[in-house]
Ligand binder design. Structure first.
Ligand SMILES: [Zn+2]
Ligand SMILES: [Zn+2]
Length: 247
């Protein structure tokens, strides 16, 4: 709740520096917490049911959630994974600006969008705590921040779940995954993570936070690691999910 003084301060600031949409930069007189104009907000490809109940892959048309054929053939180690938005259009622009152009303030609209879109899923998941997918210290030095931790900080507050910043460690440096196939990604990541303190996850339902679900290889390896350390279950949430490659 904003106090009267803070409300007045914000009103004066809005008058002097009217808020602009994060995407199209148009002025928004009544900026909500997302700072997106109605047109840009409406164009975000939000994901919702029906989807695969295990990996969250979106299905066309109406119906109930159910496992997709890939998850039935190769069940992933996590219990369920969900993303808020398709990694496309405005969502991709926001994540690229946040991650590669150091626009840290964009973590807020991205996290708030995720908090709102996946709120019901998280309540139903009965998670005990949440934590970010870690970066290797070398990558952390290059980038200067872990985007998943910045998102998890806001998500923990929104969902009122304790945040475990050092849930996992990246123990092996891996080359960039972007050019690799799904199978190559899985091999590249084997043994790349360890649980910082198994006591923290023993018998707990752990919610893993990452920015983008691409093939799920990173989340799968982190999940395996947490389950081996004694976690009761792993749930995964990401801001975005990459569209399926054209076949
Ligand atoms: Zn806009
Ligand atoms: Zn699936």
């Amino acid at each position: 709740m904003l106090t009267a003084a803070r409300k007045l301060g914000k009103a004066l600031l809005d008058l002097a520096l009217p808020p602009r949409c994060h995407l199209c930069r148009c002025f928004i007189p009544e900026a909500g917490p997302l700072h997106l104009c109605p047109a840009c907000h409406d164009q975000l490809p939000l994901l919702s049911s029906p989807c695969c109940s295990i990996c969250g892959q979106h299905f066309a048309g109406a119906g109930h959630d159910h496992p997709c054929s890939i998850c039935l053939q190769h069940p992933p180690p996590w219990e369920a994974a969900r993303a808020a938005v398709l990694f496309d259009g405005g969502c991709r622009d926001l994540i690229h600006a946040f991650k590669y152009r150091h626009r840290f303030h964009l973590r807020r609209p991205l996290a708030l969008l995720t908090a709102r879109q996946l709120g019901d899923f998280v309540v139903e998941s009965k998670a005990d705590l949440l934590g970010p997918v870690p970066l290797h210290p070398r990558r952390l030095r290059q980038r200067g921040f872990n985007q998943s931790l910045l998102l998890a900080e806001i998500l923990g507050k929104e969902w009122q779940l304790p945040l475990q910043r050092q849930l996992l460690q990246r123990t092996r440096y891996t080359t960039s995954q972007t050019e690799l196939s799904a199978e190559q990604r899985a091999t590249n990541l084997r043994g790349a993570f360890s649980v910082s303190d198994p006591m923290l996850v023993a018998d707990k339902r752990v919610l893993l936070v990452d920015d983008v679900f691409t093939t799920g290889a990173t989340l799968a390896e982190c999940s395996r690691c947490l389950l081996q350390a004694g976690a009761a279950a792993v749930l995964c949430v990401t801001v975005a999910r990459a569209p399926l490659p054209a076949t």
